[in-house]
Design a binder for this molecule. Structure first.
Ligand SMILES: NC(=O)c1ccc[n+]([C@@H]2O[C@H](COP(=O)([O-])OP(=O)(O)OC[C@H]3O[C@@H](n4cnc5c(N)ncnc54)[C@H](O)[C@@H]3O)[C@@H](O)[C@H]2O)c1
Length: 292
């Protein structure tokens, strides 16, 4: 083994990009020790700021999507656009918009719905997807399998592609966060959801692939894999099968369902410069479901 100094000396010299928030961390401490005009103060929250950035959240009308949209507004994104299917936003969405307005931090929440024809078609597809659930792999009809992949994989790809194109067009790189699931990571004992699990696994690999292609453009791409969160989607499942609530709660060491707001921290981190060296990663937020 070489002495430390020698091995360090043999490392190739690489240019290090300067943080747009510099000076931060220990560098800030060193500068403060040499220069009395550098005032020590916490900088970690500055690193999470999305000031002057724009956010787009597909599925931002309700559930986890709306929660994510709100956190981007709290981090001072200039505007956050929620793309979703209903022609008009719900009361819950409007209350959230009001809340953002009253925060008065320069951010705003907007709602965008596709045109009527596409709307109806997408709605039907989504309803179809929501009803796919208890079907075993030997019974799952080809059409249902294709519908789930169409919305949950192809739709995600086209959204990421559209976001990436805009970032390149405006020369303004950013962070793309794709929502996968623990259902894409493990087979989940006793849950027969072959189409959904396949679609989410595909999202994981899609994210790694896009991350490699876009890294040199400064665009970062990561996935979040939630475990079991309370949302209108999971509520529909409990209503059909109350036993699922108990089974899924007991499935993790933490032993309960997550609140939608328990995704806020990870979204804040991935969306902002605080995660500037993170791309192609999957962040699992599952109460420990996968560990036993
Ligand atoms: N809730 C959970 O426990 C959980 C766990 C793992 C992964 N996820 C994933 O998180 C995401 C959000 O889940 P949720 O529980 O909030 O679901 P949800 O059904 O409550 O909300 C999904 C939203 O997406 C919208 N949507 C559906 N298809 C769309 C399309 N083609 N274009 C635009 N909007 C569309 C719906 O109208 C709805 O507002 C999903 O990708 C889901 O698979 C959720």
């Amino acid at each position: 083994m070489q002495p430390l100094e020698q091995s360090e000396a043999s490392l190739p010299v690489q240019s290090q990009p300067v943080s747009p928030r510099a000076p931060i961390g220990v560098n800030a401490a060193i500068q403060a020790s040499r220069d009395a005009t550098v005032i020590p103060r916490p900088r970690i929250l500055d690193e999470s700021s999305l000031k002057d950035r724009v956010g787009v959240v597909t599925g931002g009308h309700r559930g986890l999507g709306l929660e994510m949209a709100l956190v981007l507004c709290e981090l001072e994104a200039r505007a956050v656009y929620c793309f979703d299917l209903p022609a008009e936003p719900s009361e819950e969405w409007e209350s959230t918009q009001q809340y953002v307005r009253r925060m008065n931090n320069g951010s705003r929440l907007e709602y965008v719905s596709p045109d009527g024809r596409a709307n109806g078609r997408l709605h039907r597809r989504c309803r179809d997807c929501e009803t796919v659930g208890g079907e075993g792999c030997l019974e799952c009809p080809a059409t249902e399998f294709q519908e789930v992949l169409d919305v949950d994989t192809c739709g995600v790809f086209l959204t990421a592609q559209a976001a990436g194109r805009q970032m390149v067009r405006f020369g303004n790189p950013g962070s793309i966060i794709l929502i996968a699931s623990i259902a894409g990571n493990v087979a989940m004992k006793g849950e027969f959801l072959v189409a959904y699990k396949t679609s989410k696994s595909a999202v994981l690999q899609m994210s790694r692939s896009i991350a490699c292609e876009l890294a040199d453009k400064g665009i970062r791409v990561n996935t979040v894999s939630p475990g079991f969160f309370r949302s209108p989607m999971t509520k529909a499942t409990f209503d059909r099968s109350p036993d699922v609530l108990r089974r899924w709660s007991e499935g993790s060491p933490i032993g309960r369902f997550a609140r939608p707001d328990e995704l806020r921290g990870v979204i804040a981190w991935l969306a902002s410069d605080a995660s500037s060296f993170c791309t192609g990663s999957d962040i699992i937020v599952d109460g420990g479901y996968r560990v036993w």
